[in-house]
Design a protein around this ligand. Sequence first.
Ligand code: 5MM
Length: 335
Amino acid sequence: MSIEQLAETAQAMVAAGKGIIAIDESNNTIAKRFEGVGIPNSEENRRAYREMLLTTPGLGEHISGAILYDETIRQSTKSGVPFTKVMNDAGIIPGIKVDKGPQPLAGFPGEVVTEGLDGLRDRLKEYYTLGARFAKWRAVINIGEDIPSGSCIEANSHALARYAALCQEQGLVPMVEPEVLMDGNHDIQTCYEVTEVVLRSLFDALYQQSVMLEGTILKASMVVPGKSSGDKASVEEVAESTLMCLKTTVPAILPGIVFLSGGQSDEDATAHLDAMNRMGPNPWPLSFSYGRAMQSAALKLWSQDLAGNVAKAQAIVHERARDNGLAALGKWSRG
Ligand code: 5MM
């Protein structure tokens, strides 16, 4: 796979007014989401739920790609059409989560490192055959007393860079996701400082591992105060701090940055993205790769009547995609 082809895929992922829907919840995570709305976590419910999302009429108008989980990329609609075909027909690029999740970092209480490098080359080969054209790996950085440590940041950056290099070798665009968690009582300045150090470390590691930035997408967390801090930053403050942090750390050659929602409300996630784009022009397209902020409202409605509520739930998915697509252009308006 040439760098030109990787760059083309990366650019398509952040095409104007389009973003990514993250539906790569592992079975443990989707269990929590289903439990929240009272649905049994059966394979058939997971399949039916993902079918509802992926067959949303007009989804491809605002969604460029979807991140799937290992089980999902192998599944089909009830009538037997593989999800990857549904996506390709709708102009939605199939992506795949390839990390094996965060594990405690030995010697560093309260910190985690994402695992999944063993055997990754062979797994990527298979995912490419199954139709994936980009792959995501999420590192989790906790903020707390005396954490994150430099060792935790370095270990996660190194893993992200090793995975990214393997992805490019196998023809997949890496979507590198260093998530600085919103959990904690830290202020917005602390979040800024931690995010800055994390991104500096990440881009240094990507350089060390010869990762081609032209064929890479960054999935970033926004700079916000800790959830239990009691602080409420304005939309402008979050947008300005996040932009400043990205501009000082992320090379301009990167094809695009997409954000995770991280537990923000649907409206906050959209408003923050919109504000950052209004503050442009920026060095890179800024778009979304939301999980909860794309799905929560639709999941709630779907859970009330499953098959009976598919069309209503899809209307909500489409609305969230449209709103976030407008925010990716800086053209969203509240209400
Ligand atoms: C969909 O959630 C993903 C995490 O799944 P696991 O915890 O099961 O591995 C997560 O990586 C997600 O893709 C991003 O964090 C974006 O999701 P949010 O909800 O933060 O926008």
